[in-house]
Design a protein around this ligand. Structure first.
Ligand SMILES: Nc1ncnc2c1ncn2[C@@H]1O[C@H](COP(=O)(O)OP(=O)(O)O)[C@@H](O)[C@H]1O
Ligand SMILES: [Mg+2]
Length: 296
């Protein structure tokens, strides 16, 4: 993703800022294969908040505009969050554009004494409201939030515990402030370690979606998709992309793999034999099966 603004020109704590919808942000949403209904739930929750946050804010049990994607590494959380911003922006385009912001959670190291707390507060109370004022809808990605909102009951890591408390408090106060004052912001937080994320942060989430390791059907679908993409470049691979029995057989051997590793399997298979590496049209089922067995 090429940011609209280079990080050097962005306020501290922001990785990138994008105006959506934008054609070159199509892709991530379709790229990630998840069980039926998952994307729909995610998108509907986001649209409800972005479209009707103002009205909902008057009800008791105020929505916080916070969605948490939890699951093991390599299950597509970051990619899906990026895709969600674009999918929501497309759906809302008739009523206005969307700003998509990625926060750099590593920009607030808790060792920095009171500094990280002040920076988080500035980000939440100044920077994000300024950006949110520019377009009707705003989606903010906090990737790997466990490094940002550390669970206070277990935080230690040699850092100053008082400061961890202060930084986490600043995040929570910021989310509470924005939930009320800026009902058209949605935060999407991802975490590989939900147990490390502060309970008070998780309890504010309107939706916590667990992205588990893919089941056998999804594994077969990911392999099929990866081969079909390859066949777009090397038509010799078309037969493998259409071979459902092969996908099922491979899925049986790849139980427990995450999506990232599954997509890499096809690359590994292409590198099994020199002639295939030089001419991927020559890829055979045997290369894929050998690659699956080799990376046990
Ligand atoms: N469910 C999935 N379907 C298809 N591809 C996937 C899936 N999960 C992961 N991948 C592949 O792995 C890559 C890395 O995923 P990423 O979004 O970084 O995962 P996470 O943030 O959960 O660690 C994706 O770009 C994609 O190529
Ligand atoms: Mg990630």
């Amino acid at each position: 993703m090429s940011p609209v603004t280079a990080p050097a020109h962005l306020p501290p704590g922001l990785l990138s800022v994008h105006a959506l919808p934008s054609d070159h942000h199509d892709g991530p949403w379709d790229h990630i294969l998840v069980p039926p209904g998952t994307k729909e739930r995610l998108l509907n929750q986001t649209l409800l908040r972005l479209r009707h946050g103002r009205a909902l804010a008057h009800l008791p049990g105020l929505p916080h505009g916070l969605i948490v994607l939890a699951g093991p590494p390599g299950t597509g959380k970051t990619t899906l969050a990026r895709g969600l911003a674009q999918a929501a922006a497309r759906a809302l385009a008739p009523v206005g554009a969307t700003t998509y912001i990625e926060i750099d959670p590593h920009a607030f190291p808790s060792e920095m004494l009171g500094e990280s707390q002040r920076n988080i507060t500035r980000l939440m109370t100044d920077t994000l409201p300024e950006f949110a004022a520019r377009r009707p809808h705003t989606v903010v990605l906090i990737d790997e939030v466990e490094s940002f909102a550390v669970r206070r009951s277990t935080a230690s890591f040699g850092s100053n515990p008082v400061d961890v408390h202060r930084a986490t408090d600043a995040v929570l106060a910021g989310i509470d402030f924005l939930a009320e004052s800026h009902p058209r912001i949605v935060f999407v937080a991802t975490t590989n370690f939900p147990d490390a994320v502060d309970e008070a942060f998780l309890s504010r989430a309107d939706l916590v979606l667990n992205l588990d390791l893919p089941d056998e059907t999804t594994i077969a679908a990911i392999l099929q998709r990866t081969l079909a993409e390859l066949a777009g470049i090397w038509p010799g691979v078309r037969g493998l992309a259409a071979d459902d029995a092969l996908h099922r057989k491979l899925a049986g051997r790849c139980a427990g793999w995450d999506g990232r590793r599954l997509r890499k399997l096809v690359l590994t298979a292409m590198a099994q034999r020199r002639e295939v590496a030089l001419d991927p049209d020559l890829l055979e089922a045997g290369d894929l099966l050998a690659a699956a067995d080799a990376s046990d």
